[in-house]
Design a protein around this ligand. Structure first.
Ligand code: ASP
Length: 337
């Protein structure tokens, strides 16, 4: 008998209609989930209170789930987290980074249509998540969605209505459930470190800003000047370029001098940052902006917040930033040479 803990945090999967649109609900979700468990699997169900639309999630929400997983790690063989799709990619990345060496499957899922609606994707997604959570060799955080299993720290939502809502840019799925079940175990990560829960400060101010032509540039410079941020993820163009606007560069340089860590991540779906490719990118590198390599925006923001929560020296921060934590596509140690 395998024991799987299921945490229900909210999201469309369990929502019901209200006069203002869909709202999170508890009705019958535990029973529906239990009916989808494979033979010889016992599910323990826990609903978070309050249930939320994941659009309301904050870093404190990531911390709460991580702490609950850590507390129950020894009691269960695998874990399933039922989550809204809107910010599922941030939570999946945060859990991937917060729980190094966890050593057991943690599978997130949700749905585009509530369980109660005919044609809902919830039954397939939950059944796939439960099946994956039974695999003791799947020792990484994953997302079961759209009949595929994805790496948690690289996943992004790319459809707001279609059922195949998630994918990992540049990385094929870790398993497929349809038309036949294929476990691509050769792609799965192997834990090499003992388990720990990384320190985390949900109150650090880590923001993300997307570059666009026009007024954004001045707004961004102004925002950086006015706010004392701990970290800033710049969503740049292409290979890591921003407009070569002197106000923006000066504002970023001042923020870096004041202690803000600024990282550069491409806004392109299959993007990777190479700040030496163009003069605009190298101007950022010259003032101390860090490359985000192939990191997704969600992975960059969560990794930066977790990195800044630790008591690291500036050099240790730099080394951790470019090091691989969970297969996220970090820039790599070559950058230090
Ligand atoms: N707004 C919902 C949420 O993220 C969307 C969903 O679950 O699909 O909770």
């Amino acid at each position: 008998m395998r024991r799987i803990a299921v945490f229900y945090t909210g999201g469309t999967l369990g929502m019901r209609a209200s006069s203002n649109g869909l709202v999170p609900a508890l009705d019958g979700i535990a029973e529906r989930v239990a009916r989808l468990a494979p033979p010889n699997v016992e599910c323990a169900f826990e609903a978070f209170s309050p249930l939320i639309d994941s659009a309301a999630a904050t870093p404190a929400h990531w911390e709460r789930i991580a702490c609950r997983l850590a507390a129950l790690r020894d009691e269960f063989d695998g874990f399933v987290v039922l989550h809204g799709t809107d910010t599922l990619a941030w939570t999946a990345a945060a859990l991937s980074f917060l729980l190094p060496g966890f050593g057991k499957p943690i599978v997130l899922t949700g749905a585009q249509k509530p369980f109660s609606i005919v044609g809902s994707d919830a039954p397939d997604n939950v059944a796939d998540a439960l099946a994956a959570a039974c695999f003791m060799h799947l020792t990484e955080v994953t997302v079961a969605f759209g009949r595929r299993l994805w790496r948690g720290c690289r996943v992004r939502k790319h459809e707001s209505l279609a059922l195949d809502a998630f994918a990992t840019p540049g990385l094929t799925p870790l398993a497929e459930f349809d038309p036949e079940v294929l476990w691509h175990a050769a792609l799965w990560r192997v834990d090499t470190v003992p388990f720990s829960l990384r320190p985390f400060n949900p109150n650090l101010r880590v923001a993300m800003m997307m570059m666009s032509p026009g007024a954004t540039v001045a707004c961004l410079a102004d925002m950086v000047e006015r706010n004392k941020l701990d970290g800033l993820v710049l969503l740049s163009y292409g290979s890591g370029n921003t407009p070569d606007d002197p106000r923006l560069l000066a504002a970023l340089a001042r923020a870096i001098e004041r202690g803000t860590v600024v990282v550069n991540v491409s806004q392109v779906w299959n993007g990777a940052v190479d700040m030496n490719a163009y003069a605009t990118g190298s101007a950022l590198a010259a003032i101390g902006v860090w490359s985000g390599g192939e990191l997704t925006p969600e992975a960059a923001q969560t990794k930066l917040q977790i990195l800044l929560s630790a008591d690291y020296t500036p050099e240790q921060r730099r080394v951790h930033w470019i090091s691989d934590w969970a297969g996220e596509g970090a820039p790599g140690l070559a950058l230090l040479n």
